[in-house]
Design a protein around this ligand. Sequence first.
Ligand SMILES: Nc1ncnc2c1ncn2[C@@H]1O[C@H](COP(=O)(O)OP(=O)(O)OP(=O)(O)O)[C@@H](O)[C@H]1O
Length: 360
Amino acid sequence: MSDRVTPAVSFQGVTRRYGSVTAVRDANLDIAPGEFFALLGPSGSGKTTLLMLLAGFDQASEGQVLMSGTPISDVPPHRRRIGVVFQNYALFPHMTAAENVAYPLKMRGVPRAEREKRVNAALGIVTLADRGASYPSQLSGGQQQRVALARALVFGPDVLLMDEPLGALDRRLRDQMQVELKRIQHELGVTVIYVTHDQSEAMAMADRIGIMSGGELLQVADPETIYAEPSNHFVARFIGECSILRVSTTEGGKGYEIAGACQELPAPSSQPFDIVVRPENVVVSPASKPVQEGEFGIPAKIREVTYLGAGWRVMLELSDGQTLMAGIPRGHQLAGSLTPDTNVLATWSPDSVAVLPTES
Ligand SMILES: Nc1ncnc2c1ncn2[C@@H]1O[C@H](COP(=O)(O)OP(=O)(O)OP(=O)(O)O)[C@@H](O)[C@H]1O
């Protein structure tokens, strides 16, 4: 993010404790205006707590939260210019869609004529202009979530917080809504902070992702960087599939060795280290194939084969017992002979792996 732009949202040294539980620990994070930021992590990692602190439904134990450079601890939730959408829509069942959307405006004392204009515009944005008179029970899950979104957007918030907003929808509808949400965000230029535990959703939608575990922000980066250069084992495993292999350097430090296979390749100075290998970067060849210059090659044995439709996922075992996952596309020369106990050669380009410090 550019240094010149005042962040729409900043968390500065934010910690939140509940008795002996530290829900968020020393969070430091700047989110740019108009950014789509995903908070991704397993259940209980502190994602919702961060949102609640920003929305004003909770107070930090330490540190401060700023919006557009101004600390907001004394600003009540309804004055923070933040819209919130949760997984369970939280629509009022006795109000029509239009009345639901009008509610925040009514609370803010917006006159009737202006209210109607804005409600129609908000329902138009979520492509429900013709359903204003419907009650929530007459709408599908996806439509109800659109109404909730219109209600969060109707007063023109600077920041939109979404906590697992698509969690209750089936896969197909979720994919559609992802595209829709991106369109709306683009159209309005609103800053979005989006909580999810679904890594593919975060990858598909976010400009940047913050990975949380145990109350800590482990890595904040764009999706490509998180995938290609995870900062530790947890991030590597949480985002996509991978194998993490223990590596040692060869004598003289001129190369590295995995399960007895050596290659003259540049190695990091801290030893030993691990590498993260993504299955799509592993090429599986007949065992007799020689290793080409510039690639890392290692003999392996097929342990398990899983058919995925578009190809196969194979689990390979190295001579020291480490496992390596590889993707085999349809039409691959070994497609017909992918059987357990077959000896193969696994190769990859050293550029395609991430290097990580060893973790015990
Ligand atoms: N009001 C509270 N009182 C006590 N502990 C709480 C409270 N709110 C959250 N916690 C604890 O703080 C930790 C973080 O919770 P949080 O809801 O922020 O996680 P999350 O990542 O949003 O999880 P999920 O994906 O399940 O919603 C958890 O251990 C939770 O039990």
